[in-house]
Design a binder for this molecule. Structure first.
Ligand code: NAP
Length: 308
């Protein structure tokens, strides 16, 4: 039986692995489907301490993995589909069919991008609908695109996309951005970005091949309709915590599906800890996720010491 299994490979997961590995607990990390988590879909990270010149998100995550492996962390490239209680710990069921037994679990599965819920959304992903400007922005040179949202993510994506697109519409349902002042100022000063205030996307319109051609918009104030030609829509309207695999485990979630931390990083099930965006809808920063991963590692270490 393992001492600790860390589920997830974002900032929280790798930090939990570094700390439990350096505590000689020989952690096993189950990587999940998006190895490296959300930072692998961003460009430059300017606010992670220790990098005055900034650092590319994927590079930072690769370095975290190297640091965890240097101290003996083992990694399985698999996805956890369920957790059940067994004598002395837990059994984790995975997509590959392999079961793992462990005394403690640190859940660091993060959160996934939210979509609007429009009818043809699933078919359009990869055909002009995405939530990753870093991944897909360069595919749309010299054409108009749209970003949906008014937070830091939307502001960052809109600014980044001006490197490629002829024009970037920023579609926001209110008349002011939620983004931080520095990000909002950059957006509003960028001549290639046109904010469309009080606007909701009502429809994604496609050609015969199913590629995005335009968006139909509804004005949230007067209900009027309009349309804009765009070749790609970048959705940046927040995230959904990755907790569906916890059904039936007894791990308490809040009404939005985020894990509730009862004491420190301890969940409602003793021996199961949670860290990072899967349990945090307030701060959601790389550095806070990393800090929380450290806390979960220390909590798991103490729990193991006390149960021996
Ligand atoms: P967010 O701050 O929650 O913003 C989500 C945006 O999407 C809001 O403007 C919201 O509108 C809009 N929205 C939500 N549901 C919608 C819907 N159904 N239809 C239309 N619009 C919808 O999410 P985020 O931008 O992803 O940021 C998350 C956290 O990460 C924040 O703490 C942020 O500061 C941080 N972050 C930081 C950086 C950075 O510092 N470099 C970069 C990215 C993110 P309303 O405003 O009307 O609610």
């Amino acid at each position: 039986m393992e001492n600790v299994i860390v589920i997830g490979t974002g900032c929280a997961g790798w930090t939990a692995a570094i700390y439990t590995a350096r505590a000689n607990l020989s952690p096993l990390v189950i990587a999940g489907e998006q190895i490296g988590g959300q930072l692998t879909t961003t460009t430059e990270v300017e606010n992670f301490p220790g990098f005055p010149e900034g650092v590319m998100g994927p590079d930072l995550m690769m370095k975290m993995q190297q640091q965890a492996e240097k101290f003996g962390t083992r990694v399985q490239y698999d996805r956890v589909d369920g957790i059940s209680k067994i004598e002395g710990g837990f059994k984790l069921q995975t997509m590959s069919g392999t079961d793992y037994e462990t005394k403690t679990v640190i859940i660091a599965t993060g959160a996934s991008p939210r979509h609007l819920g429009l009818p043809n959304e699933k078919e359009l992903i990869g055909h002009g609908l995405t939530s990753c400007a870093t991944c897909d922005g360069a595919f749309y040179p010299d054409v108009p695109v749209a970003v949906i949202g008014g937070g830091d993510s939307a502001a960052e994506e809109a600014n980044f996309l001006t490197r490629f697109a002829s024009k970037v519409y920023l579609v926001h349902r209110r008349d002011e951005l939620r983004a931080s002042k520095i990000m909002s100022d950059r957006v509003l000063a960028n001549p290639k970005i046109e904010p469309l205030w009080n606007s909701q996307v009502a429809e994604y319109i496609t050609d015969d091949q199913g590629e995005m051609t335009s968006i139909a918009l509804t004005n949230t104030q007067d209900g009027s309709r309009s349309q804009r030609e765009v070749k790609c829509v970048f959705v940046a309207i927040g995230h959904i915590p990755n907790t569906s695999f916890l059904a039936g485990t007894g791990v308490d979630l809040d009404s939005n599906g985020y894990i509730l931390q009862k004491s420190g990083t301890q969940t409602s099930v003793e021996g199961i800890f949670a860290a990072g965006d899967v349990a945090d809808h307030v701060y959601r920063q790389a550095i806070t996720a990393a800090g929380n991963g450290c806390q979960a590692a220390l909590d798991a270490e103490r729990y193991l010491a006390e149960s021996e």
